[in-house]
Design a protein around this ligand. Structure first.
Ligand code: FE
Ligand code: FE
Ligand code: FE
Length: 164
């Protein structure tokens, strides 16, 4: 179905819908990833990010209210694919550290997708002078970047284990 996009605010709504769908899919995927992680620090990281994700969903709903745009009813196909690839990875017959290293690779793809989406939305909100909403989305963007960094850090240890 074609959306009518006349200006940057329409495109903003389009991007917010995508993020809202992506985050909702993640709130269902992250518990499975946590359960699947063998390394305790990695499991805790996923659990922590699940809590952040629930709050990120609330922020999107707050922004939707603030700027009066509907963000429901879209399906982020990319996140569907990323989650599916992650699920396939979890089913492989891999040694513990290799399995966890693969989980991190999947999770970082997700974080990068989110960083791209929130980066875009923050910029649009700033340009549209929607300062409160921009601030909220900036908070989420920061969390996604922090999560990515944390995963990189965990990977240093886990990838090394996966080598032997
Ligand atoms: Fe998120
Ligand atoms: Fe998408
Ligand atoms: Fe995230």
């Amino acid at each position: 179905m074609a959306n009518k996009l006349n200006d940057l605010k329409d495109l903003l709504q389009y991007e917010l819908k995508d993020l809202y769908s992506a985050e909702n899919q993640l709130s269902k995927a992250l518990p499975k990833m946590a359960k699947s992680a063998k390394n305790e620090k990695l499991r805790t990281a996923f659990e922590h990010h699940l809590e952040e994700t629930k709050n990120q969903i609330k922020r999107l709903e707050q922004v939707s209210k603030d700027i009066k745009v509907d963000i429901k009813g879209e399906d982020c196909e990319a996140m569907k694919g990323l989650v599916k690839e992650g699920e396939e990875m979890m089913k492989e017959d891999a040694k513990d550290a290799v399995h966890d290293a693969g989980l991190i690779a999947s999770a970082q793809r997700v974080e990068h997708y989110e960083i791209a989406g929130y980066g875009t939305v923050v910029r649009y909100l700033e340009m549209l002078n929607m300062k409160d909403a921009a601030k909220l989305m900036e908070e989420t963007l920061k969390e996604e970047k922090e999560t990515d960094k944390k995963l990189t850090k965990l990977a240093e240890e886990i990838n090394a284990e996966a080598m032997s």
